[in-house]
Design a protein around this ligand. Structure first.
Ligand code: ZN
Length: 244
């Protein structure tokens, strides 16, 4: 056995020894995300990319699948094509949702790590909410884990996803009414992390969503978005590519 082969074997043994430790550490740090990533090994049944508790009514499964199709078509038009292929975990029972969602107060969550996983409760089975979550998956798929996690600020992720989320209470009209004709909008660019974005009352968080939607909507064109993604993928900072 050559020295190179011995080294490769040693590296492989160390890697295999560390794998369960790493997986366990990931579970301790991110239990909901880990469970979602392991959905194939759960008791949930699946149809295509949609997973659900076996007790879920057929009509609910069909309805959710149909909403996912419509939302995917909407998001695909926005992105000029679809690259992401998320797994959808539909939780009709609250107990299931609490098992997969870190924030049960929200109707849906998207996890982006080694693929994309969208967890929905009954309220989350909604065209706008699903389109919003798929939009996150599309951006993640175009930039990868590092840029998604460490480079793109949360306000932009949500603002961009909101371009496919037509719920009227996040509209510009609502924002105008809430901010005295846009004079009192929060400085949305301060909310860079999830912890910053989600702090405060429901009213404050909703105002951040509608402000992010407005700010990104004012900035957006397909060309600018493509340039932003190319810039990020070539290692430029978010501020540099966003303000270009
Ligand atoms: Zn979002």
């Amino acid at each position: 056995m050559t020295i190179v082969t011995k080294r490769m074997l040693r590296t492989l043994v160390i890697f295999l020894a560390l794998l369960p430790i790493t997986a366990f550490a990931h579970f301790i740090l991110f239990p909901y995300e880990t469970k979602s990533m392991l959905i194939d090994f759960s008791s949930f049944k699946k149809e295509g990319r949609l997973y659900f508790n076996q007790e879920t009514k057929k009509s609910c499964i069909d309805n959710t699948a149909s909403l996912i199709d419509s939302a995917s078509a909407r998001v695909s038009r926005f992105w000029n094509g679809k690259l992401a292929d998320p797994k959808f975990i539909y939780c009709e029972r609250d107990a299931d949702f609490r098992n997969y969602c870190a924030n049960p107060g929200s109707p849906a969550v998207t996890y982006c790590k080694m693929g994309t996983y969208i967890v929905l409760n009954k309220e989350g089975a909604d065209l706008d909410i699903i389109a919003h979550e798929i939009s996150h998956a599309e951006l993640y798929t175009r930039v990868g884990f590092y840029t998604w996690t460490f480079v793109i600020p949360d306000w932009f992720k949500h603002g961009l996803a909101m371009q496919n989320d037509y719920r009227c209470y996040y509209s510009t009209d609502t924002l105008i009414a809430r901010t005295d004709h846009l004079k009192n909008m929060p400085d949305i660019t301060r909310f860079k992390t999830g912890a910053q974005f989600y702090i405060g009352t429901t009213e404050q968080i909703m105002l951040r969503y509608m402000t992010a939607k407005y700010v990104v909507g004012q900035w957006y064109s397909r060309e600018k978005l493509n340039m932003l993604i190319d810039g990020l993928n070539s290692g430029k900072s978010f501020d540099e590519v966003f303000h270009k």
